[in-house]
Design a protein around this ligand. Structure first.
Ligand SMILES: Cc1cc2nc3c(=O)[nH]c(=O)nc-3n(C[C@H](O)[C@H](O)[C@H](O)COP(=O)(O)O)c2cc1C
Length: 202
């Protein structure tokens, strides 16, 4: 079995989503001995913003731009790692109401019609099969269902929507929110999320 571990926080050792994603990976390793883990730190080594030059090269127009060629290769590697993974663990902080741009750049490389989803007469159909995903969600405010800011939740909803588009419906969200509401609130949110990780079933 293989697990793909993505992180996207820019906060390094202080990152809560990184703490949670590492915890989820450790839990999956305990549940699945021999699990192979592939790590992509999207903040440390992001793909470029999608550009016309990238799209043209992706569609087969020859490019002599070494930056674009390297970016195409990175996108191919993202795709191979995604197809090879049985389990996805996505560290996803909320930045400005949604996911960090390096995570969006990863999505821009793997959400490709004809590869990971296709258009049909009845709408788009995901082409990934049998995969399970975990989202390690961290955010300063509170956006859970029922909260006053719930309508601004474009991070978890967006990610689960993209995963569903690609055919990944088995998604578990581990969430620590309200992290900016004081030390006590932060400690409680992180402790709860770690307890949720410890209780994840096989
Ligand atoms: C650039 C930036 C933008 C942020 N935007 C939001 C936001 O829109 N809403 C929110 O609740 N928290 C926001 N935060 C707070 C983060 O969600 C919070 O610090 C969380 O811990 C980030 O996850 P991380 O620790 O894994 O980086 C923002 C933080 C940064 C650095």
């Amino acid at each position: 079995m293989q697990l793909l571990h993505l992180d996207s926080s820019v906060l390094g050792a202080a990152s809560v989503s990184r703490q949670l994603s590492a915890g989820i990976v450790a839990r999956q390793q305990a549940l699945h001995p021999g699990l192979r883990v592939v790590v992509r730190d999207l903040a440390a080594d992001p793909a470029l913003h999608l550009s016309g030059a990238h799209v043209a090269a992706f569609q087969g127009v020859p490019s002599d731009d070494a930056t674009i060629t390297a970016d195409l290769l990175k996108g191919n590697a993202y795709m191979d790692e995604l197809f090879a993974a049985d389990i996805l663990v996505i560290g996803a902080p909320m930045y400005n109401l949604t996911v960090p741009t390096p995570l969006k750049a990863w999505i821009d490389r793997v959400a490709v019609a004809g590869k990971t989803f296709r258009y049909t007469a009845s709408g788009p159909e995901g082409l990934l099969q049998g995969k399970k995903a975990f989202i390690a969600s961290a955010r300063g405010g509170v956006y859970s269902a029922g909260s006053p800011a719930a309508a601004l939740e474009h991070q978890e909803n967006y990610l689960t929507g993209v995963l569903a588009l690609l055919g990944v419906a088995d998604v578990t969200v581990i969430r620590a929110e309200g992290l900016a509401l004081g030390a006590q609130a932060k400690d409680a949110a992180v402790s709860q999320a770690l307890a949720d990780i410890a209780a994840l079933p096989a």
